[in-house]
Write a protein that binds this ligand. Sequence first.
Ligand code: CUA
Length: 322
Amino acid sequence: MQGDRAFPGAQSAFEPAGQGAEQIDALAFVLTAAGAAVFLVFCIALAYSLTHRRRASGPQTAESDRRSTRWIVTTGAALPLLILIPLLFYTFHALSANDPANRDRSLVVEVRGRQWWWEVRYLDEDPARQFVTANEIRVPVGRPVELHLYSDDVIHSFWVPSLQGKMDLIPGRRNVLWLQADSVGIYRGQCAEYCGLQHARMALQVHAEPPDRYEQWAERQRSPAAPRADSAGQSAEAAFLASGCILCHAVRGTPAGGRLGPDLTHLASRATLAGGILPNNRANLLGWVANPQALKPGSKMPSVPLAPDTLHAIVHYLMGLE
Ligand code: CUA
């Protein structure tokens, strides 16, 4: 994925960019290397035994029987234990280092899997400071973020391979995961549990930013949509508020309060559209609003016939939601 113009950012467990993914990468390397070494030794022993067969005709002595038994016990029981027990403890150690219980939890983000997009809510002790966005998680670089994973429909799985291992989002329960990005960048994630028709197009991005830029972004997200000053903006807003869009979408600061689809308050600030499948620009937004079923068949967003003027007014309004 690296360098892809539409979707910048790594999506590979072999390109770790955070402690969680680094631990998993190291664990995978150690277990694979140990398994490969054991396999190699086994192959050599097998080849040796096939080429140095003892002649069956020779007399069996008590001494050679004892030697065979000792050989079988050593290679069949003692040697595997000597290899497997350290690997077991190493695995325990790696897994406990990855336990969210051992982390700072000053930044908590609730992620809700939906068919087929991600609702992202930044929690705060002060409810007025909470905000909602979609398909994009911004995090300050070098700081652990606790994720509370939920689903209201089916089982999804949250996976940003460059930052952390995957975890399921299960209806009726909360799963907790943490992640930390150690370098600034964009990391792609993907739903990793088959969840229906558009499972493959249920993507997200994690944007790791310097802490001050993250704070600026969060402050902006907390604010409601700015009222439109110009007359073109006002008539675009009127067209949006008169449309069926507001039955499913919310724009904070306006009467639009739908809860079925993503919150659009700061839609224009996001990098992607439609569950992370399209770069966010005017052309893609026009295509998406005009006919979502053509781009993402089965999506919960219906294709609503709109007069060209209305369509352009709505898209003009949405592009102004920065
Ligand atoms: Cu959600 Cu697959």
